[in-house]
Design a protein around this ligand. Structure first.
Ligand code: DGJ
Length: 371
């Protein structure tokens, strides 16, 4: 009798779960309020993912409080919330996420601190360094008007933190890129590369990619955003080395995601339109420093033209499944940033080897061919 009752209760829970959560067990539903295992909306924007010892860790910008438009950003609609910190969630199935709390917190009361609430902390990405056995958190650190344009680094011995902040820096000070031309070295009012040569290059939207040989690279929007850079990181993953290249020159790309497939490097990024969505871009390269060949908008289906109202943030390779990736993106709400939503889609490859992101109302790993 007791067993029968338990079975009925379990079926009942399964049946009413979609009504409460908006999704069935193990389902991804782009754009809904995605709740954690404690019943609260997941708060991890501009996020990145790490898989360690069979557990996935989702790191993101914890956005809370009032969204406002500071005077310094009025010309381009750069709304913001005060900086609170970086959040972390853990999961073993990618759909049910446990809140691990804030792993790097804001530092109120000290205006000179990078982590002061009035500053900007965006696009956190965590990588594991096997040699130092440390988890290294990379992030875009900035002033409210995005003029500082620096990378920040923090480390931890545990994936769920807490992380110790090491400081912020400008990449590759005093070094010219691998693909520099004589013209690039000429100072002029519009030559940002030369302007920033001594102080270090600007670093805004960013991601970190770890290659099969353990070498890690930082991809970041630079030179006031029109040009992206890719920099090799030091062996401990804490800094850039000075070996870097300019890529997508003058193409104004943000929100980079990088992954490898069939021995080639792929990138999916956005154009540069503040919080407003735009058409995603994709590209492929044989050498990580380029040349990169653009492959166009990978999205297909309704609203492919604006990445289904979203902006890329990470591409997750599924462990042990070389052809399977999840594309992660943010549906920003410019005037209510904490209520921004998530859009995850399965990434496919066309017969010609181009990345493709078909629209899905809802989907699950099993139904999309997971083994
Ligand atoms: C676009 C970037 O991709 C976001 O991370 C954020 O910096 C917004 N711009 C701010 O407007």
């Amino acid at each position: 009798m007791r067993n029968k009752l338990l079975t009925i209760l379990a079926w009942l829970a399964l049946a009413i779960s979609p009504a409460i959560t908006g999704r069935a067990a193990n389902e991804f539903v782009p754009g809904i309020v995605w709740k954690d295992t404690g019943g609260n909306p997941i708060n991890a924007h501009g996020g990145g993912m790490l898989m360690h010892d069979g557990v996935y860790y989702w790191y993101g910008e914890f956005k809370t409080g009032r969204t406002y438009l500071p005077d310094c950003n009025k010309s381009w609609g750069g709304t913001r919330v005060d900086l609170t910190g970086i959040s972390c969630y853990s999961s073993t199935n990618l759909t049910d996420w446990k809140n691990e709390g804030i792993v790097l917190a804001a530092v109120p009361g000290d205006q000179t601190n990078d982590l002061y609430p009035g500053n900007v902390l965006e696009r956190p990405k965590v990588v594991y360094n096997a040699a130092t056995r440390q988890f290294v958190l990379w992030m875009h650190v900035d002033s409210a008007n995005y003029a500082a344009a620096r990378y920040g680094v923090a480390v931890s011995d545990r994936p769920a933190g807490p992380f110790k902040y090491l400081g912020s820096f400008r990449p590759d000070a005093g070094v010219w890129p691998l693909n520099v031309t004589a013209e690039d070295k000429q100072p002029s009012a519009t030559n940002i590369l030369a302007r920033d040569f001594a102080a270090g290059q600007m670093a805004r939207d960013m991601t970190v990619f770890v290659d099969d040989d353990g070498q890690a690279y930082l991809f970041y929007s630079s030179e006031e955003n029109p040009t992206m850079h890719v920099s090799l990181l030091t062996d401990d993953y804490r800094h850039t080395t000075g070996k870097y290249a300019r890529i997508f020159i003058g193409r104004s790309m943000e929100a980079p995601t990088v992954f490898k497939h069939g021995g080639k490097y792929y990138l999916i990024a956005s154009a540069c339109t503040a919080w407003a969505p735009n058409a995603a871009r994709s590209a492929v390269a044989e050498n990580i420093f380029g040349p990169w060949k653009e492959l166009g908008n990978p999205c297909t289906g309704p609203d492919a033209i604006n990445t289904f109202h979203a902006q890329s943030t990470y591409v997750l390779p599924l462990p042990g499944q070389p052809d399977r990736f999840i594309f992660m993106a943010d549906r920003w709400k410019q005037w209510n940033l904490p209520d921004s939503r998530y859009l995850w889609l399965p990434l496919e490859f066309s017969a010609e080897g181009k990345p493709v992101l078909p629209w899905r109302e809802r989907w699950s790993l099993a139904a999309s061919g997971a083994r």
